[in-house]
Design a protein around this ligand. Structure first.
Ligand code: URA
Length: 210
């Protein structure tokens, strides 16, 4: 697994405003969307392309276009939905799948409650979006499922990560074709599983739930 922390002043600026408890839901959603687009620019550096011959008004040239099969973008419900638009803005021809995951409060394991994506992901590049990499349980389960279905290149985009989550992913996904792209790795997780200093509950802040 590779970790890529995007070091850019605009990323840091938007993340700081997202963290601020005074930022209201409409502003939070807009900033999260903009931040995703900046992260997506970095995350798609290795998106597969193929050569294509075209004509400009002046003459022939050779360029590139995204190759087939098309990349798949998978938001993890609920909070991942707030990252979908920013992602497909850069990859408008991507297919979109959905994964609903919830943590079983008894076993503490991530359980899948909804899956809507192709059964066969052979040869596909997949971009999973989930704002908070906290314990890593949900993302590991999601990525295992994608790799089981044949995905051969998985990139997870997270607004923020905790060191505990990054370590858990490194342990569980060692040697697998996985990259994590995030705006920052924070200090730690607290006893309630929140990232510190973090930004609070991303889903609640996006959707205004109290
Ligand atoms: N999920 C969140 O929304 N926030 C955290 O800090 C950790 C997990």
């Amino acid at each position: 697994m590779r970790l890529h922390v995007v070091d850019h002043p605009l990323v840091a600026h938007k993340l700081t405003t997202l963290r601020d408890e005074r930022t209201d839901s409409p502003t939070f959603r807009r900033l999260a969307d903009e931040l995703v687009t900046l992260l997506a620019y970095e995350a798609t550096r290795d998106v597969r392309t193929e050569q294509v011959d075209i004509r400009t008004p002046v003459g022939p040239t050779t360029g590139v276009r995204l190759s087939h099969p098309r990349p798949l973008v998978v938001p993890i419900l609920r909070a991942g939905l707030g990252m979908l638009d920013g992602m497909v803005r850069l990859l408008p021809t991507a297919e979109v799948g959905f994964l609903g995951m919830v943590r079983d409060e008894e076993t503490l394991e991530a359980k899948t409650y909804a899956t809507r994506m192709p059964d066969d992901l052979s040869g596909r590049q997949v971009y999973v979006v989930d704002p908070m990499l906290a314990t890593g349980g949900t993302l590991v389960a999601a990525i295992d499922l994608l790799i089981e279905r044949g995905a051969d290149d998985v990139t997870a985009l997270c607004l923020l990560a905790a060191p505990e989550g990054v370590e858990a992913m490194e342990r569980a996904l060692a040697g697998k074709p996985v990259t994590v792209v995030t705006a920052a790795v924070d200090e730690r997780l607290n006893e309630r599983g929140y990232i510190v200093p973090g930004l609070g509950d991303a889903g609640d802040r996006m959707y205004g739930t109290v």
